[in-house]
Write a protein that binds this ligand. Structure first.
Ligand code: GLA
Length: 393
């Protein structure tokens, strides 16, 4: 059994006492190969769940009381399910938001004791928050046998973040946390929620993340600004075609014909989104053709668009992509997630991974005086219940 799982169970037993009814849930973080800031524009994304995860041990209660313990940071939180209030501690809100959504959907939870912890770096753009929301939603569904299907669980977890935490995130992170599959990326149509698994299983190519360790509050405030900009743009464009529902419906030709009708900033945002959607579809074709070189080129193009058109990159992320592109064995690199800080994602030939990690860390330190962290990831399955043959505590 996994080390984290053992540890979280042990902490639970010490904190709340051994409980024969507890269940263990493992909920992963994610990478996104391509398709950034497209989900809330009803476009396409290509994420995958990874080998970094949050483990939950949850036991039911009947008195409505909810007791949480965040093992990694040694913090407690306690409340009653009938009195959910936003917490200044931050992390409880991801859990409270989920309870809130269950209750709004008419599923009354009896209460619970919960310990969670894991190895997804916080704020690195690997969706630790979605892993908490999706994992807890999945866990409550199991614990109280609500029989909610997986798509509804995803939507519920996303709404928890939108309404309780206050970040207007799209559906990608919660979706992949629950739907991820080993050695496959998921092409998701964020409008219809139709999805397809695309094999991503070349043993000679690795997905390597470079973490700037820069965590900027800007990420959530500017994120909401980008969403509003896209809405504003579509509202303007709709004056010329009433059938347009989102940027998904806008062609590049149509956009170009209406360049004069949009503020330059809004035009740039739209152009990026339209081109990025097309890139996701082309990138899936590349994968089907086993053409990772072409796939990598599209990652570089995506980064350029995020940097110049969508303006969500940062000097640190740009530097990492520039350094990666000049390093041998790198097929593609770009910033990943909401932006402004966090990680870049790099496709690196297996035989070059060690040299790549060493070189990029050294060069980044020489240029900035700062250290980055490098994570070599693998693609794993989504949120699931950990079935134990024997309980060791
Ligand atoms: C964050 C959001 C996602 C998505 C990405 C950008 O991770 O949670 O919904 O919008 O940013 O692609």
């Amino acid at each position: 059994m996994n080390k984290e799982t053992q540890w979280v169970k042990k902490v639970f037993a010490e904190k709340f006492g051994y409980n024969k009814d507890w269940i263990v849930i493992r909920s992963p973080g994610r990478v996104n190969l391509i398709g950034e800031h497209t989900d809330y524009n009803e476009g396409f994304v290509l994420p995958a769940a990874i080998d970094k995860a949050i483990v939950f041990v949850i036991a039911p209660r009947v008195d409505g009381c909810c007791r949480f313990y965040a093992a990694d940071i040694d913090e407690n939180y306690e409340c009653h399910r009938g009195l959910l209030q936003k917490s200044a501690q931050g992390w409880p809100n991801y859990l409270l938001g989920v309870i809130d959504q269950f209750q709004k959907a008419g599923h009354e939870i009896g209460g619970c004791d919960l310990v969670f912890g894991g190895d997804i770096p916080i704020g690195a753009g690997l969706s630790s928050s979605a892993a908490i929301e999706a994992g807890f939603a999945f866990g409550l569904n199991e614990l109280f046998d609500f029989k909610i299907d997986r798509v509804r669980l995803v939507k519920l977890a996303q709404k928890a973040e939108n309404e309780f935490v206050g970040v207007q995130c799209g559906i990608m992170d919660q979706f992949i946390s629950i739907f991820g599959e080993e050695r496959k990326v998921l092409r998701l149509d964020c409008r219809s929620l139709e999805y397809e698994y695309v094999p991503f299983e070349r043993d000679d190519i690795r997905t390597v993340l470079c973490d700037t360790q820069v965590r900027r509050a800007l990420a959530s405030s500017e994120y909401n600004v980008r969403r509003r900009e896209c809405e504003l743009a579509i509202n303007t464009l709709r004056r010329f075609d009433n059938n347009l529902k989102s940027l998904r419906d806008v062609s590049l030709d149509f956009l170009m014909n209406h360049k004069k009708d949009l503020e330059p900033v809004l035009y740039n945002r739209c152009e990026y989104v339209i081109r990025e959607n097309a890139r996701v579809l082309q990138a899936c074709e590349d994968l089907k053709q086993n053409d990772f070189r072409s796939f990598g080129e599209r990652m570089y193009e995506s980064h350029q668009g995020l940097r110049d058109g969508y303006e969500v990159s940062s000097p640190e992320l740009d530097l990492l992509v520039e350094l990666a592109s000049a390093t041998g064995g790198v097929l593609g690199a770009r910033m990943m997630g909401a932006g402004f800080g966090g990680c870049t994602i790099n496709l690196v030939e297996e035989s070059h991974v060690e040299r790549f990690s060493e070189t990029i860390q050294r060069q980044y330190r020489e240029k900035t005086g700062q250290d980055i962290k490098v994570y070599i990831t693998s693609i794993q399955s989504g949120t699931k219940k950990v079935v134990e043959e024997q309980i060791h505590v």
